[in-house]
Write a protein that binds this ligand. Structure first.
Ligand SMILES: [Zn+2]
Length: 149
């Protein structure tokens, strides 16, 4: 095998495709050898999957006749992108407009956006700044300071 050609393929997708071609394997052949579904091979070669689990890497490397390290060195492991897979923390933006609309439409079973407790809701009748009678949605959380005013 001409491993030098691998040096120019710096992505998992192209490296898997090249190794497969160097082995004269079709996608179906590789799927059979690795016992991966054909779709899985296709998504790896199309770049949708950019890293493999340890077990999957071993299986695929064996099917391609290379060391797992040959695949690992071109994987984009989630560890390379700290934060991408972490849950976003911080205050959530609350869509108060749609919440108000739900309340005005008669929904009462609305969860607090902060603590998920069912909100106490009410509809208030009042006059807007032009003096027209209008409805306002009111909601407050019995568990936390959240309130819709
Ligand atoms: Zn709450």
């Amino acid at each position: 095998m001409d491993y030098r050609r691998l040096d120019s393929t710096y992505s998992l997708s192209s490296r898997v495709a090249l190794l497969r071609e160097l082995r004269n394997l079709t996608v179906l052949d590789l799927a059979k050898r690795s016992r991966f579904p054909i779709k899985r091979i296709e998504s790896i070669e199309s770049g949708e999957e950019t890293w493999l689990s340890v077990t999957d890497r071993q299986v695929l490397a064996r099917a391609l006749g290379v060391e797992p390290a040959v695949l690992k060195e071109v994987e984009n492991s989630p560890a390379d992108y700290p934060g991408v897979f972490e849950k976003q923390e911080g205050p959530q933006k609350v869509d108060t407009d749609s919440m108000a609309e739900e309340i005005l439409n008669g929904y009462t079973n609305i969860a607090c956006p902060r603590c998920s407790t069912t909100l106490k809701t009410s509809v208030e009748f009042a006059y807007d700044i032009e003096g027209n009678p209008t409805k306002f949605a009111r909601a407050y959380c019995p568990q936390c300071p959240f309130a819709l005013r």
